[in-house]
Design a protein around this ligand. Structure first.
Ligand code: AMP
Ligand code: MG
Length: 421
């Protein structure tokens, strides 16, 4: 393409490299203090401590067959020609204590899954036993080895074994295991509750019809989706006008429910930089320019000890800065340790580009073909082209020093959703 863009010639000095900006944020984020949560709430959360089993699993030996619990030594040599007769002293049914123990020359009729009675060490399957009409006697027509058809106690887990190590995220398998082992309230890092604020005099809610010049608030919804996908609990605080006092009032009114705040808009160097005016205090909330396109102006700091992310207003910048700064921070708050999106190397099908002094992220649709991954730019270098985000599943990366890559060139792509959906 012949487009050679008039790049943003913001003075290179004062631009914070992306990695440094990310480090500034992440170095100050701590995992949320752990709490005990019911299993269904703990799903997707990270275990805050090693969880060991207080019990053997299964907790009792049980039968793998319908038949008779016996002593293997009693039925050595049993055949159809020479059956061995045992006295049936009771039954063992599912979910119940066996009616009797098994002594020498005795058997207990047992159902699959029922506990093995004391004294027995094997189960003779029903088809190898003949209890005729006389319920008190059974003729065993085939010997069984010690332990046959018995599911031993502790086969799955031994008392003291680690069920879930600290740092592991609870997914389907872990939830089932913890339930089975009687750990209904594991200690986990909770999901952060994140207050989402949209700033701007021009904004209206998506349910309203904008007057000429007004814009429907999209950032709140982009952030809602991104937060949910990261595992956080978003809370939309609505639209705040470009007035520092009302912004402060809104932020502090939500403070009690918040683990973190994310705002959009009002962080650039314009005269309506409402977030900056309301909250700038060096060391508390800092505002800086990141060598990142899109997503250059950023604010980050703490309000009452809670992280505050002041993202730029442009919808695409919101999406990209969330990916760069907020998502890894949310994951860290949840106790996650791998904070990065999966990355692939893909062959471009069209040109991407941006300012040479910045880390550039271009929206692409990645797909896997017979010759590996390809990345098709979804179009647009601008920051307000939300449709280019909606069509994309990855962000292709041009490091500082590289201002474009053409069709056929290989680039690294961060995947933000799987290509199948
Ligand atoms: P600002 O950073 O506040 O100057 O906003 C930059 C651009 O993003 C302007 O064109 C805004 O109208 C737009 N913008 C800001 N906030 C939102 C929002 N919540 N939803 C959609 N567009 C927005
Ligand atoms: Mg604004």
């Amino acid at each position: 393409m012949a487009e050679r863009h008039v790049h943003d010639h913001d003075s290179a000095e004062g631009l914070v490299p992306l990695e440094e900006a990310r480090e500034r944020v992440l170095s100050r984020i701590e995992p949320l203090p752990p709490i005990e949560l019911p299993l269904t709430d703990a799903y997707g959360c990270v275990a805050a401590a090693d969880i060991a089993s207080a019990v053997d699993l299964p907790e009792f030996a049980s039968s793998a067959m319908d038949g008779f619990a016996v002593r293997a030594s009693d039925v050595v040599g049993a055949t159809t020609e020479h059956p061995i007769e045992l006295k049936v002293v009771g039954r063992s049914m599912i979910g119940q204590q066996p009616e009797a123990t098994v002594g020498m020359g005795e058997a207990v009729a047992i159902a699959t899954g029922a506990p093995i009675p004391a004294g027995a060490d094997a189960v003779v399957p029903r088809e190898n036993a003949d209890d005729g009409d006389d319920g008190d006697l059974v003729r065993i027509v085939e010997a069984v080895g010690d332990g046959r058809h018995v599911r031993p106690r502790g086969e799955d887990v031994h008392e003291g074994d680690l069920l879930v190590p600290a740092g592991k995220r609870l997914s389907a398998g872990e939830l089932g295991l913890l339930a089975n082992a009687g750990v209904p309230h594991p200690l986990v890092h909770p999901r952060p509750r994140v207050i989402v604020l949209s700033t701007g005099d021009e904004l209206v809610r998506p349910t309203e019809t904008p007057h000429f010049g007004q814009v429907r608030d999209s950032n709140a919804y982009t952030l809602f989706g991104s937060l949910r996908e990261a595992g956080a609990i978003p809370l939309l605080a609505g639209i705040v006008r470009d007035d520092p006092d009302s912004l402060k009032e809104t932020v502090f009114s939500f403070e009690i429910q918040a683990d973190a705040f994310v705002s959009s808009g009002g962080v650039s160097v314009g005269d309506r930089d409402v977030v900056k005016t309301a909250f700038f205090k060096r060391g508390d909330i800092d505002f800086y320019k990141v060598a990142l396109q899109p997503g250059m102006p950023q604010g980050f700091g703490f309000i009452e000890g809670k992280p505050f992310f002041g993202l730029p207003g442009n919808p695409v910048s919101v999406f990209v800065s969330f990916e760069m700064f907020v998502r890894p921070a949310i994951l860290k708050m949840m106790g996650r340790t791998s904070l990065d999106r999966p990355e692939v190397t893909a062959t471009l099908t069209g040109e991407i580009g941006g300012p040479k002094d910045k880390s550039v992220f271009a929206r692409v649709e990645v797909s896997r073909g017979p010759d590996g991954w390809t990345a098709a730019p979804t179009g647009g270098r601008g920051s307000n082209l939300l449709a280019t985000v909606a069509r994309a599943n990855g962000l292709a990366f041009l490091p500082p020093g590289v201002d474009h890559a053409g069709a056929g060139e290989r680039v690294r792509v961060r995947l933000f959703r799987s290509s199948e959906d």
